[in-house]
Design a binder for this molecule. Sequence first.
Ligand code: ARG
Length: 606
Amino acid sequence: MGDETSTSIATQSQEPAAVGAGSVKQQLSKLVIASLRTTVPEVEVDPMVEVCTAKFGDYQCNNAMGLWSRIKGSGTSFKNPNAIGQAIAKNLPPSDIIESTSVAGPGFVNIVLSNSWVAKRIQDMLVNGIKTWAPILPVKRAVLDFSSPNIAKEMHVGHLRSTIIGDTLARMFEFSNVEVLRRNHVGDWGTQFGMLIQYLFEKFPNWEEIGSQAIGDLQTFYKASKNRFDGDAEFKDRAQQAVVRLQGGEERYRAAWNKICEISRNEFDMVYKLLNVKLEEKGESFYNPFIPQVLEELNNKGLIKESEGAKVIFIEGHQIPLIVVKRDGGFNYASTDLAALWYRLNVEKAEWIIYVTDVGQQQHFDMFFNAARMAGWLPDPKEKKFPKTNHVGFGLVLGSDGKRFRTRSTEVVRLIELLDEAKSRSKSELLQRLTENGKIVDWTEEELEKTSEAVGYGAVKYADLKNNRLTNYTFSFEQMLSDKGNTAVYLQYAHARICSIIRKSNKDVEELKMSGAISLDHPDERVLGLYLIRFAEVVEEACTNLLPNVLCEYLYNLSEMFTRFYTNCQVVGSPEETSRLLLCQATAVVMRQCFELLGITPVYKL
Ligand code: ARG
């Protein structure tokens, strides 16, 4: 593909010279870099390519003004930013991506993409798969620390949010060819286990013989043991000894701890299974053996100070220090996180380490990231270099009363019930609709089940992901299961409708994509085509800013654009039938990939 110049750029960076390599923005950026090097060889700047908001172009390059402020008064021959813009446009290497350019006012270079290139890019995707549209991200390996509930405590809605958001981010990175270490940083260590084990030993003298089933609800025991601990000094004593014996590795205590973890793990796994989320558990206990050496390193670097009997790190901009060894000599959440970060950087060699928890933990993350920077583990964030850490915070889930979405029975059970309810509600709506349309006979029981699961669970996920994660959102079955507005149900219908258009045409798109061609002559075809090829840069943006809602917005807009196209452009029976069917197919493929990245199972008929 491409003329000589664009091929040579592609060869320089060792990427396949296909219509595909990288997003459109990334491909235009390469051309812009080449132009900038000729236009102003004396300064090095990053290319600034954006989607054009004005009518004059599809994309624009915004480098001229910034460059002007750097070179004016330095004896440059350029008279003003507009002149720089003109030169940037003129020096763009010839390329079949660009149809034409124009320069507006203070040097914006508007770029109009070539219709035939856009069409080719879409067709190329249909032939070679959507994976050819993966953006290029600046890292090879990332850790995503998400879900991370606590053993014997509750797995609450916050953990559900973390699971959903973390899984989507993992999927988007994986799609972009980043190796993702999906880490479940389960809270499986700490003094509370001594208390719980002691309580269980006393309650069940034959603890070793009874099965997990008979133990039932660990959270209730956890609460009971806590009450006992707080109110009974002798029990407290015994519980503290239990901690020592557990941490000393005494067999009976280790076995009990293992059993407790196993019970919780089985419960968590039920939620992961329903949500189709894969995670590898490396809980807090995993990093425990590394804490002493990590703290020693920090101490040798002079970071650790004594304060009120505890060992702490003072961090600029924070009133209270980060405690790394408690007054009783025990380690805590922060010491574990420092050891985990050390491990992820040095043993796992991750370049980007991302933590998904509620915003309430922001201070904790900010403090220990800063401690890691003080230790020289991480570069200054201003340098925009890797390795890098990010806290992906999220807001609360609210109930219809506007208060925090709370549940009465044990939370794991409730989370499962919640997902079940979404499924059964979507099933009854589906049944009603099918009965009304007389279509019920076409459906097998299995199809019904699978479809209501896909629609129901997908609705819960989408309702969460479509909001900017930092905002609180109200949990409402009615809203998320509505087939109108920006909901997963609406989008599932939109996708299924495209599939049905293709089915009813009785044409074999697999064959058409090889023999037919796409043209984008109608304005609504062009708009749809341009939006389709933005997919890669949307994924890139969602990954870079760690914002899944960017992808949801894209998916919703895409379905709206498709509707406009379909309303204004006759597909079946028109002279453009082949091209338009291919556009339908491309839209369906991209929508499915969005669903896939959001962890939603697409439905082909509804
Ligand atoms: N277990 C913690 C909680 O429930 C979340 C852990 C997040 N990950 C981490 N490395 N700190 O709040």
